[in-house]
Design a protein around this ligand. Sequence first.
Ligand SMILES: O=C(O)[C@H](O)CO
Length: 453
Amino acid sequence: MFRNRDRSAETPAHETALACLEAGIAATLPERVVADRIALDEETIAVGGATYSLDTFDRLVVLGGGKAAGGLAAALADRLGSRLDDGCVVTTDVESGSVGPIEVREGDHPTPTERNVEATRTILDRAEAATAETLVLALVTGGASALLCAPAAGLALSDLQATTDALLASGASIDEINAVRKHCSAIKGGQLARAAAPAPVVTLAISDVVGDDPAVIGSGPTVPDGSTFGDALAVLDRYDLRETIPDPVVDRLERGVDGELEETPDAGARAVAAAADDWHSLANGRTAIDAARGVARERGYEPLVLSSRFAGEAGEVGRVHASVAAEIVAAGEPVEPPAVVLSGGEVTVTVDGDGTGGPNQEFALAAAIELAESGADAVLASVDTDGIDGPTDAAGAIVDRGTVPRDEVDPARRALAANDVYDDLDDRSALLRTGYTGTNVNDLRVLVVPAAD
Ligand SMILES: O=C(O)[C@H](O)CO
């Protein structure tokens, strides 16, 4: 999976870190989660304790988007065969333009482009064509906010592009970012389910959001939106973005606050509220951690899950993990070596410099500096499970106490301060490259502390 690694040169601790990452990612791949979590035949779909009888419907249609939507569509087309009538999904990295009757359109991430808008228009058209006799299977996976892109009335694609870029660089959390995106969109925040009404909508999601809030994953196109125009405007103020965000967006949010525009559908909107009851998560960061934990145990390491919910500045979280490594080495706490410590969540970067990198790379370089200073014998690997960390071709990085020699700590610190860690890690052969993996459950981190010599 890690196509740039020369595995022969690696220690058992490096091997274990990579094996844990591979198992974690593999456990969340769409084909695997459809097989594990959905019972399908020509007559019924059973998922998450609910059973949907297909006989009640004339048509079965698949609509949606996100980085794992192509794989999910393929797995469903494979299992549902001729029972499936139609569909369209938008995703990254398209292998084939269709799977069975489902069109698979390629779009761009994280900044939406014209092809995202065209695909989304098709998806909304098909939703609007659905009747009460149509069952809509909505596929919502991480990345859907960018990929499902329909500018609200009065906004241009360029407004959404500039807004996305500014929000992503601001350090705002994903629920804050999506509160803004939902209020600039004609599909997010329940509007796909509203377009499909009266057709019932069953959502199959793969979550890349800490806590799995359906209203945040992919900006919740099929569930009620509890956020308001006021919340969206407050995000711009909190991150001092009013001057950076295009005027038409700020005007729209202000007009919304003044009551001049219709809010996104909330829990009072009947069709959307009904769709919320039929929302099912197929996999999340915890799925990846559990699989990685199994591999650690098989290899003779004591596994410990630190948390699947890390958020915050990537460098800070990297330093925390390196401190945990030092504590394990020095005191055997909170776990005795040989140990594997696992964590997930979504760390972010507040961008001050103009370099190249991503959150998992910043996490790794900050941790490498700390490991160099403590001298703790540990290996730490961190990836974005979708295979793309920040706007780079790396999934993340793997480091140990020798990755940054003591006399190179200062230049490494400068690279971090300039948000320019990609080249630094590349020069140290620390980057992990997978290409798009086909899934997306956000970050997965593995800390391996071998037994003391
Ligand atoms: O698309 C998005 O909004 C993020 O990936 C979170 O799901």
